[in-house]
Design a protein. Sequence first.
Length: 283
Amino acid sequence: MRSNNPVFARSEEFNRASSNAYGNQTYPAGGSSYPGYGDTGTDPSQWGTGTPGQVDQGRMTVDSVVQKTAISVALVFAAAFATWWWIGDVTDNADLGQVGMLAMLGAGGAFLLSLVNSFKRMISPALVMAFALAEGVALGAISALFEAQYPGIVMSAVLGTFAAFAGTLAAYKFLNIKVGDKFRRGVIAGMFGMVGLGLLSLVLSLFGIQSPLYGNGPIGFLFALAGLVLGVFMLILDFDFVENGVAAGLPERESWRAAFGLTVSLVWIYTNLLRILAIMRGD
């Protein structure tokens, strides 16, 4: 079984271990190869097979994923709080311009780091934490702008984000949601589509053309709502990766990949919730 989540798809250990665990692929002796990755030069039998009750040091567990995710999210909060504190009161146009530039720098850095983390074959904890810090800078600046215009909106968006996380996790476990290939492909296509539209809108804005997708009208509201739903689906893919990764006996460092994916999904949900609340409170 192979993950199609772009955050997790480059995990050679996941693809190697989960294929070994579920018997979906035959490997040559002494090594393995598969499209897009080439020869890993490692016998997949060294990884766990998800045997119930197996005791093994250095394996990914739910606890290790929770710990790494807590670190990542805490770094986002710390960087966002520090950025907000540094910005202070956002009152005049000069301040707004500086805050907007800071938000773009943070978002640009986070975007580049997200690409590196998504396609890096071996996950790097340092790069995941660097992504969290850059994302925190961007969110701190963006949140300050929204809060200046709509007091109280940030706390509502934060609470809504964690409510969405808890609700999605409960639905995944208690409703026994199964993730199929069509669902994976649909979510990934939707995510890349929205990222592409966002980049296109950014380029158009440099030429003074404002896209209605990110406006305050009905189209902007529907687009933000679609983004929120897509963020919930991304969480489901994250939970699926964690569940199957633990069962396949992935190495403990893959907990950082799970933490990165969960952080991306939470940020995605938060930003879309922020837009939805702002549009609803606007005139």
